[in-house]
Ligand binder design. Structure first.
Ligand SMILES: [Zn+2]
Ligand SMILES: [Zn+2]
Length: 381
């Protein structure tokens, strides 16, 4: 049976490495991005208090985003003939008289001015938290959709982090690359990340992998700041180690990576799962069936370790990789195959402590690649 051999394929290993490389790079620049936005947030508050004669430390948490964004605003809302979907009720109308504490409208103007394209993403952010939560400010610099639920840097994907870097104009002072140029290295890294994320074949050639690693390294060695930044240099070392690894290790301690939710991907997968009820499968049932599968002991030892040929994840739909995911507590990996005319299921990975086991009628999302006995891939999702 060729099914279990497939994960050892070089190109699949390359794809896993590429995925890990993006995550490592993201962790390397995450603190840098957070710190800059935190400084911006504090500077906004200090300046607003000073310019309006307010006592130092004055904040406001009572204005929602809709209260500070005028209606209509291009690309955000347009009342048209009916009621505006953004300013949908009396509590969410624009306040022409401004924030009662003289903070939020001014804060909005500061964010607007700090955005490279004056196009802050107000749909993502919650203005009631601008004074208290740095990441709600950071989200104004992310793409306009898909980041509403990213409540921290850890929960934000690489593209979101990169967008903050490119769209918050003041980052230019800490970056050697010219961020106003279309094809700057941060832009290229975002392209790399997109290519890896949207790679249904889950295969990457050696040449592409070299290109990916080279591009990712280039931002971690940006001479203006990151080249001497501790987190970036730790990430760089891990990238070099990863690139030289024969096979991606499943030692979880090697790579203390944060779990991440790619909001766009997550929504997409959930949508796919909803529309594909026949792809749903009860995992516990699969586990029960494992007793029907018998492998020679030696083969089990050598092959189960990396058998991610088909895998199922409960809860957050995101890929399962050894050494990568802290959400593995919610994961099982199974291999389903046909033998002697019957369907067999083997659980090749299951966590010891699973707090939320799947039950009948649960909808679970799975990523899988199907191979014919001759090794031909017939499906991947
Ligand atoms: Zn509106
Ligand atoms: Zn306010």
């Amino acid at each position: 049976m060729d099914l279990l051999r497939k994960p050892f394929d070089k190109k699949y290993q390359n794809w896993m490495k590429a995925h890990l490389a993006v995550k490592i790079t993201k962790e390397g620049i995450e603190p840098f991005v957070y710190d800059e936005i935190e400084q911006f947030q504090q500077k906004c508050l200090t300046d607003i208090c000073k310019n309006n004669g307010l006592p130092v430390g004055t904040t406001c948490s009572s204005c929602c985003t809709e209260n500070v964004v005028v209606c209509p605003t291009n690309r955000i809302c347009n009342a048209g003939r009916g009621r505006c979907n953004f300013h949908r009720n009396s509590a969410t109308q624009y306040r022409p008289s401004g924030c009662p504490n003289k903070i939020c409208h001014n804060f909005k103007n500061e964010i607007q001015r700090a955005h490279r394209f004056y196009g802050a993403a107000y749909k993502n952010t919650d203005a009631t938290q601008w004074c208290s939560n740095t990441w709600e400010v950071a989200k104004c610099f992310m793409p306009p959709d898909g980041y509403k639920n990213s409540t921290s840097a850890t929960e934000t994907d690489f593209n979101g982090i990169i967008a903050v870097l490119m769209n918050y104009r003041a980052f230019q002072s800490k970056v050697h690359a010219d961020l106003s140029k279309q094809n700057n290295i941060f832009y290229q890294c975002r392209e790399v990340s997109t290519q890896i994320t949207h790679c249904p074949s889950m295969q990457v050639s050696d040449a592409d992998l070299r290109h990916y690693f080279g591009t990712l390294r280039s931002i971690l060695t940006d001479p203006a700041y990151l080249a001497s930044n501790r987190d970036a240099q730790i990430a760089l070392r891990r990238l070099v180690e990863l690139e030289n690894e024969e096979q991606v290790s499943d030692d979880e301690t090697r790579s203390p990576l944060h779990s991440e939710i790619d909001a766009e991907e997550s929504a997409k997968h959930q949508e796919e799962t909803r529309s594909q009820t026949d792809s749903s499968m009860d995992v516990d049932k699969a586990q029960e069936q494992k007793t029907t599968v018998e492998y020679p002991e030696d083969r089990r030892k050598t092959e189960t370790k990396h058998s991610e040929t088909g895998y199922i994840e409960i809860g957050k739909p995101r890929p399962y990789f050894p050494g990568l995911s802290r959400t593995m507590a919610e994961c099982k990996a199974v291999v389903v195959y046909c033998e002697d005319g019957g369907l067999k299921v083997e659980v090749v990975h299951a966590v010891e402590k699973c707090e939320r086991k799947s039950k009948n009628l649960d909808r679970v999302t799975m990523h899988y690649t199907g191979f014919l006995e001759n090794g031909t891939q017939f499906d991947s999702r």
